[in-house]
Ligand binder design. Structure first.
Ligand SMILES: Nc1ncnc2c1ncn2[C@@H]1O[C@H](COP(=O)(O)OP(=O)(O)OP(=O)(O)O)[C@@H](O)[C@H]1O
Ligand SMILES: [Mg+2]
Length: 337
């Protein structure tokens, strides 16, 4: 029996079994023993409490680099650039005990290419509770900031949310979904938190992670992927440098990107612009195989091919990329299995 359990048991015996009444006279050694048991209990109680209740401690929050690497390798299809940047960015950031600023990633790409999916993989490999962790916060523009007339209210709410959550746990993760539906200017309200400040009002934001998700820039990414395809060049030859500048520029200049003319880009506060490539037929097949496996079915290549054949592709003439990426594959499987 480990010492913690022994302390708890001892105290339980003393308090709950009526032993205290039986011991007469009350000797000093018993008093000392009880005090030790009580101290032990309080210490163990705290540990037991931490064991069952998620809290901002390494027991609940620790980066599993190998786990993320394996997940990206085996679960995320067709995103060689995205996988590489994300692994590099998180490994660097999480292994630094004293980062100069929070990590800010901006994920861009066509619908259904894995932006939310990758955010989940990141959360799964940092927080024991994954996306269910109370330290992972998702903001969706249409849900949390629906009215354009309330910009000022949203700005201060957003600041309060971030401040409150980082005060509660410095290793908090914030995911801003549908950035392209966010009003221009709103995201600028959190700029101070993303910047190189040691502390703001006594709070350090430097260990937090911010992830922005959007379709903005997706067209430029698709264009490049299509150019490579037309030139019969391997998709894996596409490099970040082919896309990064183009991406940050197109996002900065797009009024509907949520990052339009934002000082976050001006001031280089976004650490990585991560392009998500549009998915091809073979990736849809992989998604279908993975979905069957996730449902507990034996992956069947014929079924996966059937699913992938029934998906729409663009451009219309060449049918290269899946219109919805892998987005509806899981639901489509119902019709085929
Ligand atoms: N590259 C991928 N590899 C593996 N599975 C994927 C990939 N892309 C999408 N999927 C599957 O499709 C589902 C939907 O993808 P996801 O929600 O991540 O798309 P998204 O990029 O966020 O799209 P949107 O821009 O429409 O929000 C995922 O839960 C996952 O099952
Ligand atoms: Mg999404």
């Amino acid at each position: 029996m480990n010492p913690e359990k022994r302390h708890v048991l001892l105290l339980w015996m003393l308090v709950c079994s009526g032993m205290t009444e039986a011991i007469e006279p009350f000797s000093t050694s018993i008093a000392v023993g009880m005090a030790a048991a009580l101290t032990g209990f309080l210490a163990s109680y705290q540990n037991i409490f931490y064991y069952f209740n998620e809290c901002c401690r390494p027991e609940w929050i620790s980066f599993n680099k190998t786990g993320l690497e394996v997940d990206l390798e085996s679960k995320l299809f067709g995103q060689h650039i995205g996988s590489r940047i994300i692994l590099k960015a998180l490994t660097g950031f999480m292994s630094n005990d004293n980062p100069k600023k929070p990590l800010v990633l901006s994920l861009h790409g066509h619908t259904g290419t894995g932006k939310n999916f990758v955010s989940k993989l990141i959360a799964d490999n940092i927080y024991k509770e994954g996306m269910d962790s109370s330290f992972v916060h998702v903001f969706t523009s249409e849900l949390h900031f629906p009215h354009s007339s309330k910009l000022d209210t949203y700005k201060s709410q957003l600041q309060q949310w971030i401040k409150g959550n980082v005060t509660n746990c410095e290793r908090s993760m914030f995911i801003f979904d549908e950035m392209d539906k966010m009003q221009p200017g709103l995201i600028d309200s959190i700029k101070p938190y993303l910047d190189y400040y040691d502390k703001l009002d006594g709070i350090s934001y430097r260990k937090a992670i911010f992830i922005f998700l959007s379709n903005a820039g997706g067209e430029s990414i698709t264009q490049i992927a299509l150019d490579f395809w037309r030139a019969a060049r391997d998709r894996e030859e596409i490099e970040l440098k082919d896309l990064e500048t183009l991406l940050s520029l197109s996002v900065f200049n797009n009024k509907n990107s949520g990052l339009w003319h934002t000082s976050l880009i001006d001031k280089n506060l976004v650490d990585f612009f991560v392009p998500f490539l549009p998915l091809e037929y073979r990736h849809v097949v992989q998604c279908a195989m993975a979905a069957m496996k996730a449902k507990g079915l034996r992956p069947d290549k014929n079924v996966a091919d059937q699913v992938a054949r029934d998906v729409n592709y663009f451009p219309k003439s060449e049918r290269v990329f899946s219109v919805k990426g892998c987005k509806t594959i899981e639901n489509k499987l119902h019709y085929y299995t």
